[in-house]
Write a protein that binds this ligand. Structure first.
Ligand SMILES: Nc1ncnc2c1ncn2[C@@H]1O[C@H](COP(=O)(O)OP(=O)(O)OP(=O)(O)O)[C@@H](O)[C@H]1O
Ligand SMILES: [Mg+2]
Length: 348
């Protein structure tokens, strides 16, 4: 960590955590190096169970790391957490509000508790777009409004770094849009937002930079644009039976992922070369699979994520980016590799 500390809102080095008492002691977070630049939205992406919440809990000092180092704005935590605690606001779990009290009253109580003047309450309600509804009781709030109130609560201290763990879970598109706008607006004030998610399309629209993890390990990091530019583009195919076609293609050695909308993205031919649409169409047709749609595909974050996490699960190397772009994809360390001994500085 030799760069100027002000450039980074959050950094971790060799962060490691294995939960005690698990039958198979698989690390939840495995020697994780995170680099979150100061300013902007940073997406912290990974499938369910990949270690996002565990990482965030360690950063916030809610659980202890087994090893590794964490810095918030250049200050080592949790050792010196009191020095930076006021610069960080976070939502990790749904905060507890009093159902029968209005949103405003709930925030006023919180503000008093942390020694923040009452005027902040109006400002944060305005910030999240709840000023008009602030006299309504909390129990009458929709899920999206509750989530915006949770964000408002984190803003009371006017922190520089906001950490939101899956803030849009369960929200409809309008609710997601509102939270995305709030995140954007916060970065316009110079704040840094770290947002964890497994909903890639949503993160792609709002994040400047991302870290993608799988099984507790960093698989890729960098600017969204660079990651997309370095990804294999591939061919988008729609077929009547995606799972059967997916099996057929992967058994033949094609690099293939199926997106949430059921369309497949085929990135590489069995020899590892970029896939050719004509050859792919012929391969499928010869096996009685007729594509209803087949087109060259521009990479999106969901495909990169699926390719990386599929490669990680299979223990294979993700496709290398073209030489014209900086190498943003990292090969994960071999599964089961020895964990380096903790350096002592991070042991708590
Ligand atoms: N308190 C705990 N005790 C034991 N194992 C745990 C505990 N909390 C999490 N784990 C395990 O650690 C791993 C990482 O979990 P974590 O909740 O950090 O993942 P996540 O990326 O936040 O997942 P999700 O997207 O589902 O929220 C999982 O295998 C999970 O089962
Ligand atoms: Mg989680």
């Amino acid at each position: 960590m030799s760069e100027p500390t002000t450039a980074w809102a959050l950094r971790t080095a060799g962060l490691h955590k294995t939960y005690p008492g698990r039958r198979v002691p698989v690390p939840a977070v495995d020697r994780l190096d995170l680099n979150v630049p100061a300013g902007g939205v940073h997406g912290f992406l990974g499938p369910n169970g990949s270690g996002k919440t565990t990482t965030i809990r360690m950063v916030l000092g809610l659980i202890r790391a087994d090893a590794g180092r964490i810095e918030i704005f250049g200050t080592e935590v949790p050792r010196h957490l009191p020095e930076v605690v006021n610069r960080v606001g976070a939502i990790v779990e749904q905060p507890k509000f009093f159902p029968a009290f209005t949103a405003r009253r709930n925030l006023e109580l919180l503000a008093t508790g942390i020694g923040v003047p009452d005027e902040r309450v109006g400002a944060v309600l305005e910030e999240v777009g709840l000023a008009q509804r602030s006299r309504d009781r909390y129990k009458t709030y929709s899920l999206g409004m509750k989530q915006r109130l949770a964000i408002a609560a984190t803003l009371l201290k006017d922190p520089d770094l906001l950490i939101f763990d899956e803030p849009t879970n369960g929200l409809d598109p309008a609710g997601i849009h509102a939270i995305r706008q709030t995140m954007r607006h916060l970065t316009q004030q110079g704040k840094t937002v770290l947002v964890s998610s497994h909903i890639l399309a949503e993160v792609q629209q709002v994040a400047d930079t991302v870290s993608i993890i799988g099984r507790g390990r960093l698989l890729a990091e960098g600017r969204v644009d660079d990651i997309l530019a370095g990804a294999a583009h591939g061919v988008r195919v729609r077929v009547p039976d995606p799972p059967a076609a997916h099996r057929l293609l992967t058994e033949a050695g094609f690099g293939c992922v199926t997106a949430a909308d059921g369309a497949m993205n085929v990135s590489t031919a069995p020899d590892g070369s970029p896939v050719d649409p004509g050859g792919l169409n012929r391969f499928l047709a010869e096996r009685g699979v007729y594509a209803s749609e087949l087109s060259r595909d521009l990479a999106n974050l969901e495909q990169v994520f699926l390719q990386l996490t599929a490669a990680d699960t299979l223990g294979t190397v993700p496709p290398a980016p073209p030489a014209t772009h900086p190498p943003v994809l990292r090969q994960p360390p071999p599964a089961g590799a020895d964990v380096p001994p903790p350096d002592g500085s991070g042991r708590r």
